[in-house]
Write a protein of this length. Structure first.
Length: 196
């Protein structure tokens, strides 16, 4: 009986060169990108989210120290929004956002057709990995699923990296809705029309 022929795939040509001795390839030294996902925050992560948010906003010069209590009140905002996180490969929170589909916590929503997100934060050591974009895109998807027609947000003038992200995702400025929550703090409003 003759064994069936098995195709072993393409063969190297006789002219193919072997890699030089000691050659190192990217697959040997670069860890593959992990599949980061967005999940609801757990209460045992609230302290980490508070520390991260205060560190990035206040210590990073994006918000005044007078805003610290609001930034640290993760338990409070978890009752008024959907608190979402991204965890790294070790399960540590490296990003967070508060998605507001209803209620007054959105602050800049003008109708029931609008959703908002607030307090978007990414750990400095995780910036540049797409964590912020993943959180924003998830907020957009959840708002669409909830039947919202527009996503709005307010941001400080110093948050230029966030502005670039929002503009890249299609958000447009709504200067007519800019506002001042307290004297000396001027916030800019961005919006994105949500297509079904």
């Amino acid at each position: 009986m003759v064994a069936p022929s098995v195709d072993k795939g393409p063969r190297c040509s006789p002219d193919a060169q072997e890699p030089p001795p000691g050659a190192v390839y990217a697959a040997q030294v670069v860890r593959p990108a992990s599949a980061l996902t967005v999940q609801p925050a757990r209460p045992d992560e609230f302290d980490r989210i508070a520390e991260l948010t205060v560190r990035v906003y206040v210590e990073g010069g994006l918000a005044s120290a007078g805003y610290t209590a609001d930034l640290a009140d993760v338990a409070g905002r978890s009752t008024r929004s959907q608190l979402l996180v991204v965890r790294d490969e070790d399960g540590r929170v490296i990003g967070s956002v508060a998605l507001v589909l209803s209620g007054d916590f959105g602050e800049v929503t003008a109708s029931d057709d609008e959703a908002a997100f607030r307090m978007l934060v990414v750990a400095p050591e995780a910036q540049g990995r797409g964590v912020g974009e993943l959180l924003v895109r998830t907020c957009l998807d959840l708002a669409r699923a909830a039947g919202k027609r527009r996503m709005v947000l307010s941001t400080g003038p110093a948050m230029t990296a966030a502005h670039r992200l929002y503009e890249r995702l299609g958000f447009r400025r709504l200067p007519e809705r800019d506002w001042t929550p307290v004297p000396g703090i001027d916030l800019m409003v961005y919006a994105l029309e949500l297509q079904p």
